[in-house]
Design a protein around this ligand. Structure first.
Ligand SMILES: [Zn+2]
Length: 248
């Protein structure tokens, strides 16, 4: 089984990308990905637009039960009451399985007060938080999550991209300091993935593509690693299944 823990749907106003439902399904079929966890593209700043993309992901998931799951993503700089209410709606009414923070695209460092709000919302709603790391430093430095992860030990924090090669050293540091840090490995070097597994265990390492055309690359990396079949299973789906509580 393969779970892709990180894919985007919609039109991105920050990175100028467009992905349709059909793009995601086509790549899943091509690479035998069983489940994809889908989050919005970036750039929606008005609550109506934020609700619309979350509704679109909900409809996508409803049309493909046990194949597509949703993750909420919106800038924490909108009014706090809007952020909290939309996060609650996504988790409690739409069945979303997590929340995403992109420190650069959302203009919110984990170390800021609005950054703290995101952890508090995840703690209250009982869902994991995925934080983008890598491109977009200094806000996106992996070490920025360490303080919050110690403060909110009940929130599992998934480091998307594990620092994206250049800042992998900080991803190692965050994982060492915080047992609630999970390492998501899209755009991560293969030898770093191998070291993550050796040092912290495969149950803290999570496969993802981030982008359909990248799935072939990410799968090839895992197939080149010197790890056991059981470790591979954890990375490819069991870790995501456990962290997002998917129930497979
Ligand atoms: Zn992404």
């Amino acid at each position: 089984m393969i779970i892709d823990a990180h894919a985007h749907l919609g039109t991105d106003l920050v990175f100028d990308e467009v992905r349709e439902e059909s793009d995601i399904l086509k790549k899943m079929d091509e690479h035998k990905v069983d489940v994809t966890i889908v989050q919005p593209m970036f750039g929606a700043v008005y609550i109506e637009d934020i609700r619309a993309i979350h509704d679109r992901i909900y409809q996508f998931a409803s049309a493909h039960p046990k194949r597509i799951y949703g993750v909420a993503s919106m800038p924490p700089l909108i009014p706090e009451s809007d952020y909290y209410e939309e996060a609650r709606r996504c988790v409690k009414e739409l069945g979303f399985v997590g929340i995403k923070l992109h420190p650069a695209a959302h203009g919110t460092s984990p170390t800021s007060k609005r950054g703290e709000m995101v952890w508090k919302v995840c703690s209250d709603l009982g869902v994991p938080l995925m934080v983008h790391t890598g491109a977009g430093v200094p806000a996106a430095l992996p070490a920025n999550v360490i303080g919050r992860c110690k403060q909110y030990q009940d929130v599992q924090c998934i480091l998307a991209h594990s620092g994206m090669i250049s800042f992998a050293g900080e991803a190692f540091l965050a994982a060492k300091e915080c047992p609630n840090v999970i390492l998501e490995t899209s755009w991560t070097a293969a030898h770093h993935i191998e070291h993550f597994i050796e040092l912290y265990g495969a149950d803290r390492v999570m496969f993802a593509g981030d982008e359909g055309t990248n799935l072939v690359v990410e799968l090839a990396k895992y197939r080149s690693l010197h790890i056991s079949p059981e470790e591979l299973e954890w990375c490819l789906w069991k870790t995501a299944n456990q962290v997002f509580k998917l129930g497979f």
